[in-house]
Design a binder for this molecule. Sequence first.
Ligand SMILES: [Zn+2]
Ligand SMILES: [Zn+2]
Length: 437
Amino acid sequence: MSNAGSMDDFQQTLQRYDLCEACLQRLTKGTAEAFTQKPVSAQACWLCHGLFEEVPHFADLIAATLVGYEYGSFLIGSKIDDDLIAREAILWQHLGIQGEPMKMELNRRIGKILEPRLHKIVDFEHPDIVAMIDTSFDVVSLQISSLYVYGRYRKYSREIPQTKWPCRICRGKGCRFCGYKGKMYDTSVEELIAVPLLSAAQGTDHAFHGCGREDIDARMLGSGRPFVVELKNPKIRNVNLGQLAKVINDGAAKQAEALQLRFADKQDIERLKHADYRKVYHVLLEMSTPIPKERFIKTIQGLRGATIQQFTPTRVAHRRANKTRARTVYNCNVESVADTRANLTIETESGTYIKELVSGDGGKTQPNLSDMLGTPCVVRELDVIDVKGGITTWSYDRKERETKVGISCAKSRAHAASHPLRARYRLSKSATASASP
Ligand SMILES: [Zn+2]
Ligand SMILES: [Zn+2]
């Protein structure tokens, strides 16, 4: 088949349909003027039924929905009636083309109106808000990107867990067992930190991602433990973290403390989960029978550099897979020892169970201090006094991010300007203007 022949076929098929300027230009990739076919009015268009005339109306609806939200970038999405999509597929098939979908043009046109009006940029990769317009029902729904805040926390209380702990009977609904609170503990590090942040961001829900966790009865001291709080559906994004740290720490009433708050992004959660952080613990150890000081110190120092094998502890067996994990003890020091009590500092690889390293957990941890000392030992008090490391390189940096978005936006504008669709868009705009009486 010759080129001219296929062009004729295309033109002949196209002429069998009444199409508006916008649809004609889209189907001919902006070359409608090369065809003899005259566009019909938007309303009479077989394909879109005047959809593109409604673009300003859709833009108004979206702009009204976005009032009250703070965001730097947005993206438009649309849902078009199934009948229109089906007609478009039929037409493409008849013409033997895979054209640009109507909804892409619709999204772009709405975006072009809203960018200057809202003074915000369209971001295809990481928009703060996606506004979806359902054109059949004139309904706008928003998908709002979560706001992420990184920080480190200290926990001074031996009575609160790291994360909110739903009641094990009612799972959060509230029952007699939990005193209708829906949770096992009055508060948690998560709630102490996330609630003030969520309230400032006017979000709907929060999630807390810690870099590991300590037991409820263990304190978290020293440099604090890294975490990322996720605030879902925030209306406000530019919250003042310095001020909020103060609000959090005043409200936490010496139970916990938030440090070094800064904005983060979703990737930082993964980096927290996969990073290897050494932990330093303070242990108050109690022996069943006293041991000569010299021997005690020598035995404890024997743990330095040891690799221990820990089978999943009995107390967490219901929530962790049963297997043996190898962990390194980097350092071990005796701070003081008197009678049956001793204060130790132990530095280990992340994921080491300290209570079991001391007690032996019925032989499930090998070697262990009870066996090494020849007398059963238990941990009376446990504090994490340092979590070494943290996120030092950031995938999120407000300034860098804005520049990045600025560049990609400029790029996409340059791309659009050189694109045939761009020429078509200008053409159809001037055509509409000249067509008006
Ligand atoms: Zn049309
Ligand atoms: Zn309950």
